[in-house]
Design a protein around this ligand. Structure first.
Ligand code: SF4
Length: 411
């Protein structure tokens, strides 16, 4: 039985610690749970009770969790940190859903609303392609009078303008709305989008997959079962998705555990998730915070813990853990990349949603800035495609030459 002899160190110093430094200082239950995962390299080695120990870890136990997650990351994902060159396109800010954590949406009569026609979305994709983007991430608000086939028409316009662009688009909430607007079945609707150029689906609109919590966050949002139905159906139609969790508002560590276990269960069935992205709640300009319903965003410990917990619980299931640099800012992103994460996300070019909520990280991180931030923490930068099936390591570690970009065919 190890004695707890470490004095509690600052969380920000954990990257300098090794497992041998922290293991003797941890509570037996937490340490043995972590050792089980390290040995099996499988999150499935953990019981739900052990996951809860990890999710509630504090002090030296938390330091141990962070160090173990970084160790497991190096074993499962190596020293490469990936990113994707992409452009975010939010085609409208008009939305009837009214999520209390969202400061991006506007009512239809507000003065600063906007709406892009499919060709305007395609024009942005053309600009992005010229700047080297391989992916466009397209999501927006839900206006009441949306033309029924608007989402399909965006895909057609973008694909016809830039056939080589990967389209990562439409949250499960938008998919449910598209089904409602067209009166198609979910499967037929997803197949239609896929036939018209949809590459992958963002696993956003998940927030916390617990209907009681969802009711506090947004009364009109899709339910937990609708979210999982969209995701499972997309995966079985051959459309891969990301997975997300929003933390730091009204939820508890138990909600994190339940959600990550659910994602692991879906991944075991379908294998369709490409990555997991913890999304820290940005509270500053939100009703949820100003009505006194939430805490003021995550603490440093929560930011680090969720990335580490995800690495351990998802080991062998979803091995790509992404940081959301727009929500974390650059310094904290670097810390989370040393607490289990291995992916920096996208350059974005035009981020709007977190900025409107009060995030200050900016709208764009260039590939060169990603590379320098990655090298600053002693890791190897590599550009990837959306599904991680192609990774190009960047000089001075260049070993796979980049393929030349194809010229877009303009409509
Ligand atoms: S999060 Fe999405 S669905 Fe909710 S209010 Fe904002 S734009 Fe609308």
């Amino acid at each position: 039985m190890p004695s707890r002899t470490c004095t509690q160190m600052e969380l920000g110093n954990f990257p300098r610690l090794g497992w041998a430094d922290v293991a003797p200082c941890m509570a037996t239950d937490v340490r043995s749970a972590i050792e089980q995962v390290l040995e099996a390299q499988q999150g499935a080695a953990l019981s739900r009770e052990q996951c809860l120990f990890l999710a509630n870890a504090e002090g030296d136990d938390l330091l141990g969790l962070l160090v173990a997650a970084d160790l497991l990351r190096s074993e499962l994902s190596g020293n490469i940190i990936t990113y994707v060159v992409n452009r975010n396109i939010n085609f409208t800010n008009i939305c009837f859903v009214g999520c209390k954590f969202c400061a991006f949406s506007r009512g239809p009569r507000e003065s600063d609303t906007y709406f892009l026609e499919p060709q305007q979305v395609a024009d942005k994709a053309i600009e992005a392609w010229k700047l080297g983007a391989k992916e466009v991430c397209i999501q927006g608000g839900l206006p009441r009078d949306l033309p029924p086939f608007y989402y399909r028409d965006i895909l057609r316009a973008v694909k016809s303008a830039v056939p080589g662009m990967h389209i990562h688009a439409f949250s499960p909430m938008e998919i449910v709305y598209g089904v409602e607007l067209t009166a198609m079945t979910l499967r037929d609707y997803l197949c239609m989008l896929s036939d018209n150029g949809l590459g992958t689906l963002p696993g956003t609109a998940a927030e916390i997959l617990d209907d009681e919590v969802r009711h506090v966050l947004s009364r009109n949002k899709l339910s937990t079962s609708q979210w999982t139905e969209v995701i499972r159906t997309a995966h079985t139609c051959g459309i891969r998705t990301t997975s997300t969790l929003m933390y730091g508002h009204v939820e508890t560590p138990e909600h994190w555990v339940n959600q990550i276990l659910l994602l692991r269960e879906i991944q075991e069935e379908t294998g369709g998730f490409t990555e997991f992205v913890p999304l820290g709640f940005v509270h500053t300009n939100t009703l949820l915070f100003h009505q006194g319903l939430s805490r003021p965003g995550p603490t440093l410990g929560e930011h680090l813990k969720i990335h580490a917990l995800a690495r351990l619980m998802l080991a062998g299931s979803i091995n790509n853990i992404q940081v959301s640099w727009v929500k974390l800012n650059r310094g904290l992103s670097q810390l989370c990349l040393q607490a289990g994460a291995n992916d920096y996300g996208g350059t974005l070019m035009e981020e709007n949603i977190s900025r409107e909520a009060g995030a200050t990280a900016g709208q764009y991180t260039s590939p060169e800035e990603f590379q320098s931030l990655i090298r600053e923490i002693g890791r190897i930068p590599a550009e990837r495609n959306t599904t991680y099936s192609r990774i190009q390591i960047k000089a001075p570690f260049e070993s796979f030459p980049a393929e030349p970009l194809l010229e877009p065919e303009f409509a």
